[in-house]
Design a binder for this molecule. Structure first.
Ligand code: SAM
Length: 205
């Protein structure tokens, strides 16, 4: 079941990879910059997509970016080549729900607008906790179901359209999923009412 939904979502991202950058205007560059300004050491970005965060990492990081969509990764590679980045980057095709990295590998794990799409988000969150060092940090900028009753209901109604066109669930209850995965939220900032959230999370060790 998980395998079937994983290949379905992966195919949707492959299909839209060519036009993704022109469609995606949800996250402001200033939010990305603010999220990433203090990351250091070995950094994993899960669901790196077309590489929208690449211009905003500090120069001293060693970045590993994974995505399960080869189409999205190809766009990230093109962006990387065009930007001539001052830090080391490895881009790898990999499923965030079953990563090949050993336990306790990364100082930071980054996710921006990813857990709306990961087919089994609780498994994905447990995996990022596993590969994060015990004193490492997981930082996220994610959109999720609004806590406003009317807006939340509207998101439930529109959700089948967004999942079937580009693979994103706009009504994901990501805070609940983080709790289900056993992780603790250390800092939470609401953006655009409660639709976007900037989160700092402690791995479950
Ligand atoms: C909405 S896009 C966001 C891309 C990028 N993080 C950004 O901020 O623009 C979600 C990305 O997550 C990737 N993704 C979703 N589920 C994944 C999984 N299980 N493993 C790896 N990548 C995944 C998709 O292929 C897609 O590139």
């Amino acid at each position: 079941m998980r395998q079937k939904s994983t290949s379905k979502i992966k195919n949707r991202y492959n299909r839209i990879s060519g036009v993704y950058d022109s469609m995606d205007k949800m996250i402001k560059d200033s939010w990305r910059q603010d999220l990433l300004k203090n990351v250091s050491g070995k950094v994993l970005e899960v669901g790196i997509g077309t590489g929208a965060n690449l211009p905003f990492y500090p120069p001293e990081v060693h970045l590993t970016g994974i995505d399960f969509s080869p189409g999205m990764l190809k766009k990230a590679e093109e962006k990387m080549a065009a930007l001539d980045l001052p830090y080391q980057v490895s881009l790898i095709e990999m499923n965030a729900q079953e990563m090949d990295f050993p336990d306790n590998t990364f100082d930071y794990v980054v996710a921006t607008c990813v857990f709306c799409s990961v087919p089994d988000p609780v498994k994905g969150l447990q995996e990022i906790s596993r590969v994060c060092k015990p004193d490492g940090k997981i930082i996220m900028l994610e959109h999720m179901r609004s806590e406003n009753a009317v807006v939340g209901k509207m998101m439930d109604i529109i959700n089948p359209v967004t999942v079937n066109t580009w693979g994103a669930n706009i009504n994901r209850r990501t805070l609940e999923n983080i709790n289900k995965a056993g992780l603790s939220i250390e800092e939470k900032e609401d953006l655009v009412f409660t639709i976007f959230r900037k989160l700092k999370i402690k791995p479950n060790k």
